[in-house]
Design a protein around this ligand. Structure first.
Ligand code: KIV
Ligand code: ZN
Length: 521
């Protein structure tokens, strides 16, 4: 089938709303702007930028993303309440192409929460969609928990929403309960039974609780849905959402049996996946489809032999298709700035002259300590350069003595709000001693929820990336860092997370979630 004959499927990315909702994945304002720009550049049709009434921070982020948007439609989420919808419109109206997305839980379990009868809820849907449509000519409506809503009632409320002016009807599998056959049947049933269904676009929004989100989304498309809601790396509540990279690459690779096209520039997938992993603090699992570190790695002799003879023996898509440099030529300590710039370009990283200078200094320092500097090393350096800055806490020096026969001892010098402080602390191992030293210089009540170390490249001189997740008074912050010295990387990741908590603390009242997300899947 030629491309011309393929039906267009719109990609609706909700990394900044549903994705950011996953506990611990909170992004800063600047990070949200950066991700929105990457999504816009890669060809995402609709960006759900946030939930404007949820907090001042969400409102500001959605407004600024709307103002800066280029091609994408910018959408904000609103509950079925007039003031939510007004607030959403205030934020998205700056976009060239704004959209209001309003929703209400329609299944028996969800109807019980606001304690509305079927008729009362139907009336609420009519009133809120009408209100949204009076503000904006692009309105999306979602019956939350649609896959567990009685079919008759679902048809009734979808019809009401269409008549009230909704232009897109999204059918969420909020709890990841459906299966591909059922997902397709539900969309087909709605298209066949609901008057006016042919005038709007049906969307599919699947959660991954049973690992079927991508399959369910594609089945819905086969049945007639033309918008897929998804997130980068499948980020999202609980087990996450449909992953953008999976649906887009599945449609590209299996266009023979699924003749649908998207307008996503797939070469930008790898870069945005890595940036989202970094800023959300949710590393990508190694064997994750498309974007995992091992997705294009071939270990066994038979596979390697096949690959050398003909890549198609074990590869259904090329690494280049998703933006991975085909052949990875390592840089070394003799490589110059031009080589580094070329490598960054290859990796899809666009940096200004000042940032290049900073990354080059870090690169030279690493190349002195490490024989070969691989693509992953470079990306870890870029991440480190982008996350360092004028922070409240900055490590000046760290020395750790450890081994058998006694506790480890960490000597730490650190700037705290511009003031240099130092301490020596003992601990049960080098990381424990280091974290105790950080706490001695910057007393805090944050609880360590996660400490994770990964090697980004092979060998004993590999850089370690460390992720740390902290919790303080219900607020969660994550920090990441990379270095060939695992203890130093751990200290930097810990300090990074503390810096984020510091920023959030100083913004208390403005950046806190003001409403409960419990009723949002
Ligand atoms: O999962 C869900 O039902 C949602 C809605 C708000 C669309 O995220
Ligand atoms: Zn959801």
């Amino acid at each position: 089938m030629t491309d011309q004959a393929k039906d267009r499927v719109y990609i609706f990315d909700t990394t900044l709303r549903d994705g950011e909702q996953s506990p611990g994945a909170t992004m800063t304002h600047d990070e949200k702007l950066e991700i929105a720009e990457l999504l816009d550049d890669m060809g995402v049709d609709i960006i759900e930028a946030g939930f404007p009434i949820a907090s001042e921070g969400d409102f500001r982020a959605v407004s600024e993303i709307a103002e800066r948007s280029k091609n994408s439609v910018i959408c904000g989420l609103a509950r079925a309440q007039l003031n939510d919808i007004d607030r959403c419109w205030e934020a998205v109206k700056h976009a060239n192409r704004p959209r209001i997305h309003t929703f209400i839980g329609t299944s028996p379990l969800h109807r019980a929460i606001p304690n509305l009868t079927m008729d009362e809820m139907a009336e609420r849907i009519h009133d809120t969609v009408t209100h949204a449509r009076n503000l904006c000519d692009n309105v999306q409506w979602s019956p939350m928990d649609a896959t567990r809503t009685e079919h008759d009632y679902l048809c009734r409320v979808v019809e009401i929403a269409i008549k009230a002016g909704a232009t897109t009807i999204n059918i969420p599998d909020t709890v990841g309960y459906t299966a591909p056959v059922e997902s397709a049947e539900l969309i087909r049933m709605l298209i066949n039974k609901v008057p006016g269904a042919d005038e709007i676009i049906f969307a599919t929004h699947c959660h991954n609780d049973l690992g079927m989100a991508t399959a369910n989304s594609l089945a819905a498309v086969e049945a007639g849905a033309r918008q897929i809601e998804c997130t980068i790396n499948g980020l999202g509540e609980r087990a996450g959402n449909t992953a953008l990279e999976e649906v887009v690459m599945a449609l590209k690779v299996r266009g023979d049996i699924m003749p649908f096209e998207t307008h996503i520039d797939t070469k930008k997938i790898m870069h945005i996946s890595r940036r989202v992993a970094t800023v959300s603090g949710f590393p990508v699992q190694y064997n994750k489809a498309i974007v995992g570190k091992n997705a294009f790695a071939h270990e066994s002799g038979i596979h390697q032999d096949g690959m050398l003879k003909n890549k198609e023996t074990f590869e259904i898509m090329r690494p280049e298709d998703v933006g991975l440099a085909g052949t990875s030529l390592p840089l070394g300590k003799h490589s110059g700035r031009a080589a580094l710039r070329a490598k960054l370009k290859d990796l899809g990283v666009d940096v200004g002259d000042n940032q290049l200078k900073d990354i080059f200094v870090r690169f030279k320092d690493l190349a002195d300590r490490k024989k070969e500097v691989f693509d992953e090393d470079i990306l870890a350096l870029v991440t480190a350069a982008m996350t360092d800055g004028a922070d409240h806490l900055e490590i000046v020096s760290l020395k750790v003595v450890c081994g058998t026969g006694g506790p480890a001892e960490a000597t730490l010098e650190m700037e705290v709000g511009g003031e240099e402080k130092s301490t020596v602390m003992e601990g049960d191992g080098p990381v424990d001693a280091t974290f105790k030293a950080v706490r001695a210089l910057y007393p805090n009540s944050a609880r360590l929820q996660l400490y994770q170390v990964n090697a980004v490249t092979e060998g004993t001189d590999a850089q370690a990336t460390v992720s740390v997740r902290l919790e303080e008074d219900g607020k969660i912050a994550t920090g990441q860092s990379a270095d060939t010295d695992t203890v130093y990387a751990s200290a930097k990741a810990y300090v990074n997370a503390l810096n984020r908590l510091h920023v959030r603390r100083s913004k208390t009242g403005s950046d806190q979630k003001e409403i409960s997300y419990k009723d949002v899947g």
